[in-house]
Design a protein around this ligand. Structure first.
Ligand SMILES: CC(C)(COP(=O)(O)OP(=O)(O)OC[C@H]1O[C@@H](n2cnc3c(N)ncnc32)[C@H](O)[C@@H]1OP(=O)(O)O)[C@@H](O)C(=O)NCCC(=O)NCCS
Length: 195
């Protein structure tokens, strides 16, 4: 399958509108140890729920570009990126968005838990940043981990993201509202006012 970006070890390909890829997402998003870092342990996905959520992405009906992360050609996780709306992250009080024409956002889940804490997430995020700046003409990229997800925050910091603000009650996790840390990277980071 054609890869969008990556190297010999880690590569990123488009998630397809096919049962093989929906089954991968179902396997990962039904695993309680992964659910804990997604919508919560009480919110597992089954195949039907995966197709309802990810089908519009794979068919190009929405702006989200869904991708599969492969490590040595084995599918290990999911990453998505998208063109962001202005103020999608409630960021306009902090960032002068009139300076940016092409904001993007991204999200990542390594679904195979034995691949956590090996530096792979950091490499994938770094590759994604490079791809979005160079190939999608992004000029600012946002990511919004929940504030309690210290590993994700550390991974994004190592990748070059800077924290700019906390967005209160931004997401539901196990039906409870959670705060998110809004983090950004631009091609010209001296413009940013960070936390
Ligand atoms: C978040 C995720 C993408 C990170 O990828 P990864 O490959 O596991 O992360 P890396 O190994 O590149 O980096 C993790 C860093 O966090 C650190 N870390 C791990 N657990 C930590 C914790 N509880 N508190 C603080 N730091 C922690 C690691 O030590 C490492 O930092 P270091 O290199 O300075 O030692 C991956 O763990 C994942 O998919 N988790 C489940 C889903 C998820 O949380 N997605 C993100 C939603 S915003």
């Amino acid at each position: 399958m054609k890869h969008i970006y990556g190297d010999n070890l880690i590569s990123i390909r488009r998630m397809m509108d096919c049962s093989e890829d929906y089954n991968l997402l179902t396997k990962w998003l039904s695993d309680p140890s992964v659910c804990k870092y997604y919508e919560g342990k009480s919110k597992p996905y089954d195949l039907k729920k995966v197709i309802i959520k990810f089908g519009p992405y794979t068919r190009g009906e929405e702006r989200v570009i869904p991708c599969i992360i492969e490590y040595e050609k084995k599918a290990i996780g999911y990453i998505q990126y998208y063109k962001a709306y202005s103020d999608e992250y409630d960021e306009s009080k902090i960032v002068d968005m009139s300076k940016y024409d092409n904001p993007h956002g991204c999200d990542i889940i390594i679904g195979e838990t034995q691949f956590w804490n090996k530096g792979i997430g950091t490499k994938v995020i770094q590759m994604t940043i490079k791809y979005l700046f160079q190939n999608e003409n992004a000029d600012i990229i946002f990511i919004d981990p929940q504030t309690w997800n210290k590993r994700a925050i550390r991974c994004y910091e190592k990748s070059g993201f800077k924290p700019i603000m906390i967005a209160k009650n931004r997401e539901l996790h196990d039906d409870q509202p959670k705060d998110c840390l809004i983090m950004v990277i631009t091609s010209n980071d001296k413009d940013l006012c960070t936390l």
